[in-house]
Design a protein around this ligand. Sequence first.
Ligand SMILES: [Zn+2]
Length: 393
Amino acid sequence: MSPSGAEVIRQIKQQVQEVDPAEVSEHLGNGVTLIDVRESEEWDRGHIPGAVHVPRGYLESRVETAVSDRDAPVVLYCASGQRSALAAHTLSELLGYADVRSMTGGITLWKDRGYKVEVPKVLTTEQKERYGRHLLLPEIGAEGQAKLLGAKVLLLGAGGLGSPTALYLAAAGVGTLGIVDDDDVDLSNLQRQVIHTTRTVGTPKVDSAEAAIAALNPDVEVVKYPVRLDASNIMEIVQGYDVIVDGVDNFPTRYLLNDATVRLDIPVVSASILGFDGQLSIFKPHDGPCYRCLYPVPPPAELAPSCGANGVLGVLPGTMGLLQATEVVKLVTGIGEPLVGRLLLYEALSASFTELKVRRDPNCPICSRDPAEITDEEMGVFPDYEAFCAAAG
Ligand SMILES: [Zn+2]
């Protein structure tokens, strides 16, 4: 006579190595892959932070994506420790994983012991449809989309670069978009600032941008700052954002922004444009160079767009702004190789991209120091800008 189901489970549980929640908690993130084998609804109600979700029904087909190295340590858990024991048995007996353990008591005991549980944002039916093409990408999926919806991104400027960036980040479902701009929409902006329309000429850019974003995606909350960024307000505005998108057109603000974001440890996706050429980089404090590492002194004044009106090809800020938006999505979701320590140059007329390595300056006046040491007085200190522009003729 075949053994009963209960008997089989009892036997398997005897063979499988078990591990106490205390030990799992201690080794979280230390090279041990923690796999939650419960169903999606259970995962959505809360799971252990840092765990990977591979429902038991998909174990054989998906586990290799979660852990490709069969000698790497793996801990499985479920609600009570039963399903994870069966799954551990499958991994070690059928799939050849060498170091598999099942967590005793499952997430129920984990919670009883007072360890942390993370409740993921659950997408509504409408969101599942809206972001369906993201959900189909395993690199983004529901988890990446939830990160986008929870992200706070600050756009400096709703102009040439900020317009396409804002539209695409809104479309991608970035939950909070802050916009700093104290200008009104001018007819001459519309050749490239695609978030504004003929009807919004004469109205504040932050209002015009907010209306366009609201029409595109009601999931996005817009926070408006109709001010000029300066030393008196920068810390207050920038604080609390996950990523800054820098589309400002003047060097004093760039220096000020750099110093504030190094101090607050916020990455800046920075682009600039002139004529037919654009450049792009990410300044991620302490991971890569900062803006001052790249430009210890201001670039030559003739390259300073804000010194006067310069021509720009209307589509160029679109190209550069969308490269910025792409980098923001990568930073928020943690996928790909962000453009940290690299400067990307784009020449529209020759249709060519060039990449330059940018290194951290060990003597950088800002990022070589302990961020806490950077004082308010030092931030954005920069040669007199009027004089600087005058020198450009
Ligand atoms: Zn630096």
